[in-house]
Design a protein. Structure first.
Lengths: 148, 500, 365
């Protein structure tokens, strides 16, 4: 399947990917300013730039073939779509037990405690039906969306 | 510490209605002009740190930033301008030489903009490059006086030469002054577009030997990075005598820019200043140059053209003639607007002459002496666009070097701070946090795009003139007319006035 | 005041025509006049002329100088100059008749001369180089004098007017030549100077030409490096010197000269066999400044034959035909059929592909 890959050598640590991830998962998908200023609580970025300068790269869910998070999930909220391979968390079923976070070998799932406690993770912008927002907006082509 | 008399040069304007305090600007500014005030939970800026490189403006996801000139005005004075006054403050504070980056920015006349091109009407047809062949192939190298044939077969052997698909090369910019990613971008773009890039005087990084077929290796007074392997790695060798931005002085690379990779490539200890001597200490006269040219030819088995680069100075025509006679295969003339990674401000702004006049004078002189056909001339400095290229070739250049324009294609915003090593665009820096900002895949594509775009435009202009091969434009000064030039200027340029 | 050739560059369109007999049989000028007269519309009455080879068999080894004089002083100066440098074995006024279409012009004189031996040894020059040098010197330094032609056993006849009137004016029906070339001119303004008409000549070379060369500035400045003075600022003059440089001075084969002047495209060169590719690449590399860029069709005449050539993308018309020992070339097929209604072969040569007619026994022009 197509996944997002980071090219560490070209990641400039600007975190524009995080900004656009937030926007893509807000109610204002075409308006960054509103997504940040109007939506409360503001969505969490599902991609996180890890850095130890000069090294930096953006990390998000790897959508593992044999995803440990789906096995660990106690409610069945975390599922891997058999067709697309995308691993998503169905937030209405998620109870915020954080077992998935324990199971994830990449640390790609984070806690969202802004309202109902839910696990927050990359969904490859499946809703948008195009290249994930982080990849589309990376200013230095340090993120690519491809089959490997 | 006494009071610093300097006031900010630029004003950072932040539209608070648009700013989302995402801190992209904070992370992108190597000059630390932006910071996050955790207490206030908002991003703030310090105007005095800003150099107007515009990295933050371009990167800001909400376009909340803009930079303008700081509105503070000195009392109006035609002689003592704000810039003049501030230069004195700086020197009074430091006791040092004023240093700067990029080329001369003073409002001297730009002769390119006083020359206009011709086009065909009625008496001969213009040629449509979309429908008919249009040839830009260019050879750089020495040529014999004539060809000899025996029983119809060519018996003259031509000396080694560079073959270009387009008459534009990337000028010498050393690894050290610019980043490895910048070098990679130019090397790949050269390979893609069938032209050449120039290592500058800092040696050739081992990762770039694979682009040797499109590389001109430079030998300058510091001899940085020069060994037999290096000399043989390129397609041609250029001896750098002088540079347009700083005629009469050598290169300056501050120790901060000499990291282990630069150190290995330059063959000097890490962290040491790389200051090239002003002259080559084995060239105190023209006959010495002759010896160096032939030493280099000897070292490369006469398989590579060897050229000589000089700054355009007052006596440039006679010097160029001497260089041609000393055995150089090509002569590079670098005008006083040429760029640099670092130069003393006063030298940059006041030494040398405009390339347009220098080029015309050299071409005329070599023709008067009947030796123009034997050597190639590469014109360097202040080529901004394809029509400048066309005008340079009509004045007599075989090809042109572009440096500043190439860097702009990679993202340079002309802030003139190359000498600080804090290039926010990842070009004129060795800071690993910054160099990774220039992705050579993107850089190569953009530099190649620029060459390709200019190539198309050159073809359009050539076709308009009814010419379908570049050699018919070379030195064809009838294709140029001057506007707003004195008789003396016209005379030196060897062109007629518009309307004549 | 209008400037004449040499003071200003004047573009012009034209008609050209040429006839040769490969066996060297001479024939009168009537046919060439008929041919060029048919293409009357391609000229505008501002210039016409002819070159003829084989017309002075009694002076075959002499340089035949055709001269224009604007005044008596010019004539005296030139004749003094001739006597200093040449042995003059004959001279007379070129015979003319009054023709309605030809206005008043210069005095036209001819001289049959040989360079003085002592001058040649003094300057260490070949006869041709010496004569060429003097031609430049006369045109350059003697006001009111112009060398119309200077070759052996040949001559050029030209004037301001339609070419058929020029032929009548010079009584060309009375001359017999084995090669005739002709030119009718359509310049874009009215210089009204006889010297500016075609053909242009130097030594044995004559050129009639239709076109305007965009590369003129590049060609001119390259030729100047070899001592040529482009006094007239015309394409025709430049083309003549291009051939003179390549064929006479550099002694390259004719096909090499053609390759230089009407070079094949790089895309075609890439497909040539290696030997040829290397040679053509060298020719373009070295002689690129001589490439004639822009529209032209020319007929180059010499004692040994003639050659017609188009620019490399054929931006001007040119037709060739043969009949027995005769070769015809003309701007239009009608110009050939007018005098040879039933040719053996007729074809339109491709751009850059020369039509070469050599006298029997000759290998090059």
């Amino acid at each position: 399947m197509k996944r997002v890959y980071a090219k560490e050598e070209y990641c400039v640590g600007c975190r524009v990917c995080e900004v656009h991830c937030i926007v893509a998962h807000s109610d204002y998908k075409n308006d960054i300013v509103k997504a940040f200023k109007k939506q409360n609580p503001r969505p969490l970025p599902r991609i996180l730039v890890e850095e130890n300068r000069p090294i930096s790269f953006a990390l998000q869910c790897r959508h593992c073939e044999d995803a440990p998070c789906t096995k660990a999930c106690i409610t069945g909220a975390m599922q891997k779509d058999p067709e697309t391979g995308v691993v998503t968390n169905e937030e209405s079923r998620c109870v915020g037990c954080w077992t998935c976070i324990l199971a994830c070998p990449y640390g790609a799932i984070s806690r969202n405690e802004q309202g109902k406690k839910v696990a927050s993770k990359c969904d490859l912008c499946s809703d948008l039906g195009y290249t994930p927002a982080c990849v589309k907006n990376c200013p230095n082509n340090a993120l690519v969306f491809e089959e490997r | 510490m006494s009071l610093d008399l300097l006031t900010p040069e630029f004003l950072i304007e932040r539209d608070r209605n648009r700013c989302i305090d995402c801190q992209v600007c904070v992370r992108q500014c190597a000059n630390e002009a932006h910071s996050f005030d955790a207490e206030e939970e908002k991003v703030v800026s310090k105007d005095e740190k800003c150099v107007a490189c515009q990295r933050c403006v371009v990167m800001c996801p909400t376009h909340a930033l803009s930079i303008r000139r700081f509105p503070l005005e000195f009392r109006e004075n035609a002689l003592w301008t704000g810039r003049t006054i501030k230069d004195i403050y700086k020197q009074a504070a430091t006791g040092g030489i004023l240093s700067t980056g990029m080329g001369n920015d003073k409002p001297y006349p730009i002769y390119w903009d006083h020359m206009l091109l011709n086009a065909s009407q009625v008496t001969n047809p213009s040629i449509d490059p979309l429908r008919e062949p249009m040839e830009l192939k260019t050879f750089i190298g020495r040529k014999p006086e004539k060809l000899e044939f025996k029983e119809g077969k060519l018996i003259t052997k031509l000396p080694p030469r560079m073959e270009l698909d387009v008459p534009i090369l990337f000028s010498a910019m050393s690894f050290g002054s610019i980043s490895l990613n910048a070098h990679k971008s130019l090397a790949r773009a050269s390979q893609q577009e069938g032209t050449f890039w120039n290592t500058g005087e800092g040696g050739l990084h081992k990762d770039l030997y694979q682009y040797g077929g499109n590389t001109i290796v430079q030998v300058a007074s510091g001899r940085f990075g020069v060994d037999p392997e290096y000399l043989n790695a390129g397609a041609a060798i250029e001896i750098k005598i002088g540079q347009g931005a700083k005629p009469g002085i050598g290169g300056h690379l501050p120790g901060e820019k000499v990291n282990w990779e630069v150190s290995e490539t330059r063959m000097i200890p890490e962290g040491t200043d790389a200051i090239s001597p002003a002259p080559h200490h084995d060239i105190y006269s023209i006959e010495d140059l002759h010896q160096l040219i032939f030493s280099l030819k000897e070292a490369t088995n006469y398989k590579k053209p060897v050229g000589v680069k000089i700054a355009a100075v007052h006596n440039v025509a006679a010097i160029a003639s001497g260089i041609a006679r000393a055995g150089a295969d090509f002569i590079t003339i670098d005008g006083f607007r040429g760029g640099t990674g670092s130069a003393p401000l006063r030298t940059r702004d006041s030494v040398g002459i405009p390339i347009e006049l220098a080029l015309a004078a050299v071409d005329t002189r070599l023709r008067d002496e009947g030796i123009r056909g034997l050597v190639s001339i590469i014109s360097a400095s202040s080529i901004r666009n394809s029509s400048d290229v066309v005008k340079a070739i009509a004045l007599g250049a075989d090809a042109v070097y572009i440096g500043t324009a190439a860097l702009i294609s990679l993202g340079c915003h002309m802030c003139q701070k190359c000498n600080t090593g804090k290039c926010n665009w990842g070009i004129a820096t060795q800071d690993p946090n910054l160099t990774k900002r220039l992705n050579p895949e993107i850089g190569a594509e953009r530099a190649a795009n620029l060459i390709r775009a200019w190539k198309h435009e050159i073809k359009e202009m050539l076709g308009g003139m009814g010419i379908n091969a570049l050699e018919s434009l070379r030195g064809n000064r009838l294709m140029l007319r001057g506007v707003w030039l004195s008789d003396r200027d016209l005379n030196i340029l060897g062109i007629k006035a518009a309307g004549e | 005041m209008l400037l004449r050739e040499g003071e200003i560059r004047i573009p012009s369109g034209c008609a050209i025509s040429g006839i040769m007999n490969k066996k060297g049989q001479v024939f009168s000028g009537e046919d060439i006049i008929k041919s060029i007269a048919l293409m009357h519309d391609r000229s505008n009455g501002l210039g016409g002329g002819f070159a003829a080879y084989g017309i002075y068999p009694e002076y075959a080894e002499h340089y035949a100088f055709h001269m224009f004089y604007d005044d008596v002083t010019a004539k005296e100066d030139v004749e003094h100059f001739f006597h200093l440098n040449f042995v003059v074995d004959g001279s007379d006024r070129v015979p003319t008749r009054k023709v309605k279409g030809i206005g008043s012009g210069p005095e036209v004189w001819r001289y049959f001369v040989k360079p003085k031996e002592e001058k040649l040894s003094e300057l260490e020059l070949s006869e041709d180089d010496f004569v060429a040098r003097l031609v430049f010197e006369i045109n350059d330094t003697i006001p009111g004098a112009f060398v119309v032609s200077s070759g052996k056993n040949m001559g050029a006849f030209k004037a301001v007017g339609y070419p058929e009137d020029v032929g009548e004016y010079y009584k060309l029906e009375e001359y017999k030549a084995y090669i005739w070339t002709a030119h009718g001119r359509f310049p874009t303004n009215t210089p009204g100077w006889w010297g500016g008409a075609h053909p242009f000549t130097l030594l044995d070379w004559s050129i009639v030409h239709n076109g305007e060369i965009s590369s003129y500035g590049a060609n001119k400045r390259y030729l100047e490096m070899f001592g040529y003075k482009l006094a007239l600022q015309t394409d025709t003059e430049a083309i003549t010197y291009c051939f003179d440089l390549l064929l006479r001075q550099h002694k390259v084969p004719l096909e090499v000269a053609v390759t230089a002047l009407a070079a094949p495209f790089w895309s075609d060169i890439a497909r040539m066999p290696e030997d040829q590719r290397e040679a053509v690449t060298a020719i373009r590399n070295l002689y690129g400044p001589l490439l004639l860029n822009g529209p032209f069709s020319i007929i180059l005449g010499s004692r040994k034959g003639m050659m017609a050539l188009n620019d490399r993308v054929k931006l001007r018309s040119l037709v060739a035909a043969t009949k027995g020992d005769f070769l015809y070339v003309s701007s239009e097929e009608s110009g050939i059929r007018e005098i040879c209604p039933d040719p053996d072969t007729v074809w339109a040569p491709k751009g850059g592909e020369p039509v070469i007619g050599l006298l029997e026994g000759e290998e090059t022009l």
